[in-house]
Every structure is written in C-alpha cells, then in structure tokens.
Design a protein around this ligand. Structure first.
Ligand SMILES: Nc1ncnc2c1ncn2[C@@H]1O[C@H](COP(=O)(O)OP(=O)(O)OP(=O)(O)O)[C@@H](O)[C@H]1O
Length: 214
C-alpha cells in the first residue's frame, strides 16, 4: 500500500517548471527533493500536498485521487492526514507556543507526546508568546504543531533552514522516528545534501523529472 503516488505530474507558470514527475512513497519511507533554486521543488510539494492542482497528472494521497475529489474531500484530507511544514511557518504570533500546538491537537483529536517537545528543544519555551521566540524556535514550534496532528504524511519545505547543524539533525531524527513509529511518510524539500542522504530516496528535480543523485 502506498501513501503517496505522483503520476506523471507536469506544471508550468510562465515557463515549464517540470514534467514527467513520477514517484511513490510507502509507509516508513522518506524522499528528499534537491534541486537548484527556482527549479520548482516547493511547487511540487504544494501539488503533492493538496494545495495546487498541477497542469497535468494526478496525485493519489492516502487512497484519494486528490484532484478528482471534491474541495471538501481535499480539505478533510488536509485537516486530518496531511502535515505541512512550510518555509515560513504560519503560527499565530500573538498566542503562546503551547496554544498553537494544543489547537492542532484539539482539531485533530490527537495528543502530542511531550517527549517530542523535549527532543525538539522547545519544552522550556512553550509558555512564551510565539512573537517572543527566535526564528529557529518558531520553526520547531511549527514542527511540533504538525506532529500534534499525527499526520499520515508529512510535507516539509526546508524544515531546518533556520537551525544550526546539531539542532537540524535532531529535528530530522524526530521526523524520521515519527514516520517509523506511526507508519507515516515524509517528503522533504531541502538544499542540505547531508540530511537528504539520510532519506530512503534522494532525488534531484529537473525540468524532465526527478533523477537519482549522481
Ligand atoms: N503562484 C505562482 N505564480 C507564478 N510563478 C510562481 C508561483 N509560484 C512559484 N512561481 C515561480 O516558479 C518557480 C519555482 O518556484 P519554487 O518556489 O517552486 O522553486 P524552488 O525550487 O522551491 O526554489 P527555492 O530552492 O529557491 O526555494 C519560481 O520561478 C517562482 O517564481
């Protein structure tokens, strides 16, 4: 059984970004997408995570053919099964860090494991207002918020971009352990080859599709 299947995806804005993108992710698997800036990595992540209909192709996510489904079905999938870690995290800045995480738990009726907050290095900051946290701390709160939903698949766009190497590795360990424990999958967009190599698959995005790293 696969959690994510991208079928012959093409997309263009003013020019063709990519075509012929095909891949499958099964439970406990992760894939890193590398590529030059502007090659369309974030766009592909948006397509795979229900946010953007591709010009061509289809995405099958948790057994749903998402762009043939209704808006409602897509919304439900996004709310319960999909976790998206954006480059700019959309936290509620006037709220406390713990309120941001609890809201996600409440909406999906799931509990976050407190040890995850320890591992992410934010347990001591959860009573801070988000606006009073550093960029890297905010990034880790946004990761905790995504994990609090217990998603079946995590889409992460440069989740460690603001972090030092040691913290970045620990954050990735938390994500890898999460997918192992919860039978989930991870699609990671990154410029960090060191972290990319730790994924089950490492691919480069080119205009004619995903290629194995040379
Ligand atoms: N909604 C949009 N409308 C028009 N053009 C867009 C839109 N979104 C992205 N683009 C363009 O598509 C191209 C690919 O953008 P994208 O963010 O997917 O690249 P990326 O590979 O993730 O880049 P980076 O590594 O710099 O984050 C860019 O030229 C961008 O300006």
């Amino acid at each position: 059984m696969s959690l994510l299947h991208a079928q012959n995806i093409s997309h263009a804005f003013d020019y063709l970004l990519f075509e012929n993108v095909n891949f499958t992710l099964s439970p406990k698997e992760s894939m890193a997408i590398l590529g030059v800036s502007g090659s369309g990595k974030s766009t592909l992540l948006h397509i795979c995570s229900t946010l953007l209909q591709p010009n061509q192709g289809e995405v099958i996510l948790c057994d749903h053919t998402i762009y043939s489904d209704s808006d409602d079905a897509r919304l439900k999938l996004r709310r319960y099964d999909v976790g998206i870690i954006f480059q700019s995290h959309y936290l509620f800045k006037g709220f406390f860090a713990n309120e941001n995480v609890e809201l996600a738990s409440f909406i999906s009726d799931q509990e976050i494991d407190p040890s995850i907050l320890e591992r992410l290095g934010i347990a001591d900051f959860m009573h801070y207002r988000v606006g009073d946290l550093s960029g890297g701390q905010q990034q880790r709160v946004s990761i905790a918020r995504v994990l609090a939903k217990k998603p079946k698949i995590i889409f992460a766009d440069e989740p460690t971009g603001n972090l030092d190497d040691k913290t970045a590795q620990e954050v990735m360990n938390v994500l890898f352990e999460y997918i192992e424990k919860e039978n989930a999958a991870l699609l990671l967009v990154t410029h960090n080859h060191q972290l990319a190599k730790q994924c089950t698959y490492t691919r480069h995005l080119h205009v004619d599709g995903l290629k194995e790293e040379a």
